[in-house]
Design a protein around this ligand. Structure first.
Ligand code: ZN
Length: 337
């Protein structure tokens, strides 16, 4: 079928520490093509930018589209950004700090570019087409290498007075606990991210505990991927079950804090760890939230798993691009406030 000339098409990009993912997306949210490339490790800003540009070119050719077919491009960055200027303030796990990525891509491709934080955009994506699509307000928590979040109310992201709101990964859950990547101690991220889970498993194994993880990773415990965790849980591994239970409990208490602080209609849990091990994690989290004893904390809402998985952030980037082109899927003028 020949596409109507008036069809609006967007490009969404999710820049991550391990992979850069891009999709060509219709205004409806239908994904026409997906591409993912590995992020160059510990490389120069130039080569990281080149990786972003090449995934954009590849996804366009996959979708059989030209850049001139694209109305706007939305890009999600794992770090602090100034959306209005399209500038990256800091990316802790990449070398893109200080880069004016919006202007760079606009000059390179000649399309309008909207820039946002990855977890904020994950929340936006879930509100547009995912687990929170019918909710008035939603808080999303993404658990992967780190832990990030986003709060959306009536199609608008809440970014805070200093544009650093929803940093749920850095609420302190254990005073004096393990040192976090941010420099503080005992953060949620230092206790329940995949990095924290890996660390606890490694420490226990080197202290002599046995685990199927040793066999599943071929003895290389440097990087224990989420699917290894899932396989270990499936095989009933004692150590992984114990470590994951503890991480899920901490996450459950963080959800309880979100509820007490913001009381969103729904809390969405996503990210690689939840995607791989959600069946194990979700019931533990839900049990803790349900056991809330605070007077006046009425039941309802609850905690749900992401419905978009890997696509959440890319679709959120497209929602942002749509919003900046004056066609917000939520009917608001701007998703970013
Ligand atoms: Zn922290």
């Amino acid at each position: 079928m020949k596409e109507q000339e008036s069809e609006w098409i967007y490009l969404g990009v999710d820049v991550g520490g391990t992979k850069v993912q891009a999709s060509v997306v219709r205004e409806s949210g239908d994904i026409l093509a997906r591409q993912r490339h590995k992020t160059p490790r510990n490389d120069s800003p130039e080569s990281e930018l080149a990786a972003i540009e090449s995934v954009i070119e590849d996804v366009l050719s996959d979708a059989k589209k030209r850049i001139s077919d694209i109305q706007a491009l939305g890009i999600a960055i794992p770090g602090v950004v100034v959306p209005k200027e399209g500038r990256i303030v800091v990316t802790p796990n990449m070398n893109l700090s200080g880069i004016g990525i919006g202007e760079h891509l606009r000059q390179r491709f000649g399309v309008p570019v909207a820039v946002g934080n990855d977890c904020n955009l994950g929340a936006l994506g879930e509100c547009w087409l995912g687990a929170a699509r019918n909710a008035t307000s939603a808080f999303a928590i993404l658990v992967g290498t780190g832990i990030g979040g986003g709060f959306v109310r009536r199609g608008k992201l809440w970014r805070g007075a200093r544009k650093a709101a929803s940093e749920i990964g850095h609420i302190v859950m254990e005073i004096g606990g393990p040192t976090c990547a941010c420099g503080n101690r005992g953060c949620l991220e230092a206790l329940a991210s995949r990095t924290a889970i890996e660390r606890d498993i490694r420490q226990a194994v080197s202290a002599g505990q046995s685990s199927v993880v040793t066999e599943l990773t071929g003895g290389n415990l440097d990087a224990i991927r989420s699917r290894i965790l899932r396989k270990s849980l499936k095989r009933g591994d004692g150590l992984v079950t114990q470590v994951m239970r503890r991480a899920a409990e901490v996450l459950g208490h963080a959800c309880l804090t979100v509820r007490h602080l913001i009381d969103p209609e729904i809390i969405v849990l996503g990210g690689g760890v939840v995607e791989a091990c959600g069946r194990f994690v979700l019931p533990i989290v839900q049990e803790i939230v349900d056991a809330d004893r605070l007077p006046g904390a009425r039941p309802g809402g609850g905690v749900v798993a992401s419905a978009l998985g890997d696509d959440a952030v890319v679709l959120g980037a497209v929602a942002l691009a749509r919003s900046s082109a004056g066609r917000s899927p939520f009917g608001n003028q701007l998703c970013n406030v």
